[in-house]
Design a protein around this ligand. Structure first.
Ligand SMILES: [Zn+2]
Length: 159
C-alpha cells in the first residue's frame, strides 16, 4: 500500500495528460494504462515492469516503453518529494543536477540555487522557465523535463 500523498499523485488527472504527451494512443487506451499504473504503483511494481505495461497498451518497443515509464515515475516521485519538503517545514529548496541529466542549464540551476535557494512554495527559474520541481511536466515545458534526472533538496533558512 502506498502512502496517501503518493497514491494521490498517481490518481491525478494530469497523469492521464502526461501519458498523452508521451505516447500516441486514444483516450481509452491511455485511461486503461493509467488505471493499471495506479494499481501497480499501489503494489510497488518496479519501473521495468511498468515498462511492460506501457508496451502492452501502446505497442511501443521496450526501450521506448521503459523511457516512458521512467518519465512518468520521475514526475510522480519528484512532485511527491516537493510536497514532503513543504510538509516537513522546509522554507526553501535547492536544485541538484542529476549525474546523467543532458539538459543544458540544469547545472547552472544548481549553482544559482546553492548561492540563493528559492522559496519552497515558489518556482525554480530554469532556462528562463518556471518549474516547481525537477521534471515538472505540468509546467508545460517538456524540453526541461524529458531525460532530466535532477532533484531538489529542501532546506530551512531562518529569517
Ligand atoms: Zn535536469
Amino acid at each position: 500500500m502506498l502512502e496517501p500523498g503518493l497514491d494521490k499523485i498517481w490518481q491525478e488527472p494530469f497523469i492521464l495528460d502526461l501519458f498523452g504527451l508521451l505516447l500516441r494512443g486514444d483516450r481509452t487506451v491511455l485511461r486503461a494504462l493509467h488505471q493499471e499504473f495506479i494499481r501497480s504503483a499501489r503494489e510497488g511494481v518496479p519501473v521495468n515492469r511498468l515498462a511492460g505495461i506501457v508496451q502492452r497498451h501502446s505497442g511501443l518497443e521496450i526501450r521506448q516503453s521503459l523511457r516512458t515509464a521512467e518519465q512518468v515515475m520521475g514526475y510522480v516521485l519528484s512532485k511527491h518529494r516537493w510536497m514532503r519538503q513543504m510538509e516537513g517545514g522546509a522554507t526553501h529548496k535547492k536544485w541538484v543536477c542529476g549525474m546523467t541529466c543532458p539538459i543544458l542549464g540544469h547545472g547552472q540551476a544548481q549553482e544559482d540555487t546553492a548561492r540563493e535557494p528559492v522559496p519552497v512554495n515558489g518556482p525554480f527559474v530554469v532556462n528562463g522557465v518556471k518549474l516547481m520541481f525537477p521534471r515538472d511536466f505540468e509546467s508545460g515545458h517538456m524540453e526541461e523535463c524529458i531525460f532530466c534526472d535532477c532533484l531538489a533538496l529542501g532546506c530551512r533558512l531562518d529569517s
